[in-house]
Design a protein around this ligand. Structure first.
Ligand SMILES: [Zn+2]
Length: 220
């Protein structure tokens, strides 16, 4: 499994500091469970968070420093050597990674899908009072993902099969990020049904939050 589309750096930082709502955290955690590179980036983000506290607890993070942090995280993602995937996982014994199985109460076999028409099915995931909403989507091979409005950021994580959108293929572990201005209609690959975790209306961008990210590390 080669993951090409990762969690954005600012999302990794926001996740590390506990700033994300439950639905978005679930998607990030599920991607992390499949992606050694992002797990390494998370470790780095956590250590940067700690050192920022020591250096400038009161000061705001300057733009230049933010860029430096992002580029360090980016370099970590690029240079990380993926850990070998165990044979069992490679053969796909589970479609839903552990964080998602906890929410779905098992793997895909037991899911009570609801029809959206045209063979497309969905299953809302209960993430409590989370502002963003999480759902599983089942798109038959070769079918289009139905139109679905979202006001904020939409994150889609592929769990089985693949889809093609905006000139790129997305496969198991890949995350597509689309903001509210993007008009797109992903199409499932021809080989098998595509199962995704989609989180809609996540907070748009997190840049304004970044200067506050040190706060959770202080425990205040
Ligand atoms: Zn990743």
């Amino acid at each position: 499994m080669t993951i090409k589309h990762h969690i954005a750096d600012d999302l990794v930082l926001a996740y590390a500091s506990g700033e994300l709502d439950e639905a978005t955290s679930l998607l990030v955690a599920t991607h992390m469970s499949l992606c050694p590179q992002c797990r390494q980036a998370l470790e780095l983000a956590e250590s940067i968070g700690g050192s920022l506290i020591e250096e400038e607890a009161e000061a705001e993070i300057a733009d230049g420093e933010l860029e430096a942090i992002f580029s360090r995280i980016e370099n970590t993602k690029e240079s990380a050597t993926p850990a070998p995937v165990p044979e069992r996982a490679r053969r796909g014994s589970y479609v839903l990674p552990q964080p998602l199985r906890d929410y779905a109460d098992g793997d895909v076999d037991g899911l009570r899908w609801r029809s959206l028409g045209g063979g497309v099915r969905h299953l809302p995931i209960d993430t409590g009072a989370s502002r963003a909403k999480a759902r599983l989507l089942y798109i038959p091979a070769g079918s289009k993902v139905p139109d679905h409005g979202h006001r904020g950021l939409e994150l889609t994580l592929v769990l089985a099969g693949s889809f093609y959108d905006e000139g790129a293929w997305f496969r198991r572990g890949d995350v597509e990020e689309a903001d509210a201005t993007v008009e797109h209609q992903p199409v499932a690959g021809p080989e098998e049904a595509c199962i995704c975790l989609a989180v809609t209306d996540a907070p748009l961008r997190f840049r304004s939050l970044i200067p506050r990210l040190a706060q959770p590390f202080l425990g205040i």
